[in-house]
Design a protein around this ligand. Structure first.
Ligand code: GDP
Ligand code: MG
Length: 604
């Protein structure tokens, strides 16, 4: 395929606007897959089980198609991008391999928060943007209204918008045509020395690391000796080819092509996203590298049964091979034993990882409350802390700490006008500042508003998203971007059982929320901790200050007492159960804590 017959593009959209459906339709229309192969409801590009269950795309997938048009055969490379804020980084790196993007907007929903954020990433990269209105088969769709919205939000001429139904297939042929006519071919040359841009990698148990590359210049052949610009390490190409949509080996990747390579890379840490590969002996200018993914949410992860730690750690290590954006260190807790501390891009990322651990490795885990990375500014140094355990016990005037800073984000919320007041309240109650809003539509009762404000990231990673959805009847969409650090009045809250702290439960809390958080957690603990033979005070404390307290009254530890006239067997079973659960008990001071108590308290 000469360059002028190649098109590299992506579909960018807010979640649920139909990206996967359109991608499947394109694969079908070009004969890359057949309807039968596709099966009912199974979207070929969403491969992971969690992706299918949650209907989200986590790992970007790439597929090539061959399309005949006016007697010529074109090679179309579709680079799928994830559709969630947590994965904004993956979106940006996938787009680096494209010249164009289909901006897909649901004609019933209109422009949403992620439509805007992905649009800006695409525009910054100088991509040709093809606006596409989807779901016009639905009676609730408002193509004209939404087209006007697209015009006012993005400055796009409504005449350029293609109206389709990815579901019925209507108009999808026009999308294919626009890909050929509007998106420029890659500007690559076979004469120049090889430059292959590595934009994704995965781990295969048998072949080691398999990477996706976009050949910017030159030709990459099987057997070639290549060097990583980043590490200077040398490799041999053992296999390469197209994703069609499954791997299909070829003898070479031509300039402008996108495909997979397998070389003798053993560890996924060797595959640097954003790296430029070149031939051994040649020297080339590498592509500007990528800012590595930054973990913004940390949590401890422990096996429910502490005997399972070795197995859990092994499973985590394997899973991280397929998802390099997860940061892993060891952590140990006096209450929960040995575990790992993991850093994630966001809370959805964390949920996805947990679910994969459970689905793919049968792991049974306890995850501690998520924490963001804080900066502790001392007179002479600044330390970043991502575990409440490492947070100073007191941050008052007498301590050595000058100030504590927390990460903040610039949030944008798009919502129908009638919910604006509720959304402002919500942001305000989550310590939102610099609130501002503007109307997206020129007029009309159902006008949409974009509300922007600065929010502490710690407020966003808890239940903000759920509240946003429920208080806007599901209409609000939300996105955020990094906005640096800000000084804040934060303290460490610890929970004491009979005067002894439970390390795994420590939290970082803003001054304004101390009372509420303290009371809620103390109540939760009171509910799940079984009575002991003595009275147990349960307290929430900040330094020496007690914020909340409940008292667990004493109990006689005779479990058979209630089983009057009971059968012997039933008694025996009960005693054995008690023995079983004793094994899983943790001790905090002299208080016995069942592991399940942690599980149920940290579950929500
Ligand atoms: P993604 O999150 O952007 O990948 O969205 P999906 O492709 O998973 O689609 C989200 C939902 O919208 C699914 O239930 C699809 O069946 C549905 N959908 C997608 N395109 C259309 C369309 O053109 N018409 C209708 N009626 N439903 C669609
Ligand atoms: Mg999808």
């Amino acid at each position: 395929f000469p360059c002028e017959l190649i098109r590299n593009f992506s579909v960018i959209a807010h979640i649920d606007h139909g990206k996967s459906t359109l991608s499947d339709r394109l694969l079908e229309l070009t004969g890359t897959i057949t309807k039968r192969e596709k099966g009912v409801n199974a979207q070929v590009l969403d491969k992971l089980k969690v992706e299918r269950e949650r209907g989200i795309t986590v790992k970007a997938q790439t597929a090539s198609m061959i399309h005949s048009h006016e007697g010529r055969k074109y090679l179309l490379n579709l680079i799928d991008t994830p559709g969630h804020v947590d994965f904004a980084w993956e979106v940006s790196r996938s787009l680096a391999a494209c010249q164009g993007a289909l901006l897909l907007v649901d004609a019933t929903q209109g422009v949403q928060a992620q439509s805007i954020s992905v649009f800006h990433v695409a525009r910054e990269r100088g991509l040709t943007i093809i606006p596409v209105l989807n779901k016009i088969d639905l009676p609730a769709s408002q193509p004209e209204v939404i087209a006007a919205q697209i015009q006012s939000t993005f400055g796009i001429d409504p005449a350029d918008i293609i109206q389709i139904s990815a579901k019925t297939g209507k108009g999808v042929d026009k999308v294919l045509e626009a890909i050929l006519t509007r998106i420029p071919p890659p500007n690559a040359s076979a004469e120049k020395p090889l430059r292959a841009f590595l934009f994704d990698s995965s781990y295969d148990r048998y072949r080691g690391v398999v990477s996706l590359v976009s050949v910017l210049d030159g030709v990459l052949r099987k057997g070639d000796k290549i060097v990583s610009s980043h590490t200077r390490k040398k490799y041999e190409i053992l296999d390469l080819g197209l994703m069609h949509p499954e791997e299909e080996s070829t003898s070479s990747l031509q300039p402008g092509q996108v495909g997979f390579i397998a070389c003798n890379m053993k560890e996924s840490s060797e595959a640097h996203i954003g790296d430029t590969l070149h031939h051994a002996g040649a020297s080339v200018e590498p592509m500007p590298g990528f800012r590595p993914a930054k973990a913004m949410v940390y949590a401890g992860i422990f096996p429910v049964d502490s005997n399972d730690f070795v197995k859990l750690e092994e499973s985590i290590k394997r899973l991280v091979l397929t998802d390099r954006s997860v940061e892993v260190t060891r952590e140990s807790s006096s209450a929960l034993g040995q575990g790992c501390r993991l850093g994630f891009l966001g809370t959805l990322h964390m949920d996805v990882f947990r679910q994969r651990l459970e689905d793919e490795y049968n792991a049974n885990v306890i995850i501690t409350a998520p924490t963001v990375p804080y900066k502790i500014v001392y007179r002479d140094k600044t330390v970043t802390v991502s575990n409440p355990t490492d947070f100073p016990d007191t941050v008052d005037s007498g301590s050595r700490v000058k100030e504590v800073q927390e990460p903040v984000v610039k949030a944008s919320i798009i919502v129908p006008q009638e919910y604006l007041g509720d959304m402002m309240d919500l942001c305000f109650s989550h310590r939102g500042e610099d609130m501002d809003h503007r109307f997206l539509d020129s007029a009309g009762a159902s006008s949409r508003v974009m509300l922007t404000c600065t929010l502490p990231l710690s407020e966003v990673v808890t239940d903000f998203f759920d509240k946003l959805k429920s208080r806007s009847s599901g209409f609000a969409s939300f996105d955020y971007e990094d906005a640096g650090y800000k000084a804040s009045n934060l303290n460490k809250m610890v929970f004491l059982l009979n005067g002894k702290p439970v390390d795994a439960l420590a939290l970082i809390v803003h001054r304004s929320a101390e009372q509420e958080v303290g009371r809620t957690w103390v109540k939760k603990l009171h509910k799940v901790i079984p009575r002991q033979i003595f009275e147990v005070p349960i307290q929430a404390a900040i330094g020496k200050r007690i914020v909340a307290r409940e008292t667990l009254s004493a109990y006689r530890a005779d479990v058979t007492a209630g089983l009057y006239g009971g059968h012997y067997e039933r008694k025996l079973k009960h005693l054995n159960n008690q023995k079983e659960s004793k094994k899983r008990m943790k001790r905090v001071g002299n208080v016995d804590l069942p592991q399940e108590a942690f599980y149920s308290i940290l579950k929500t």
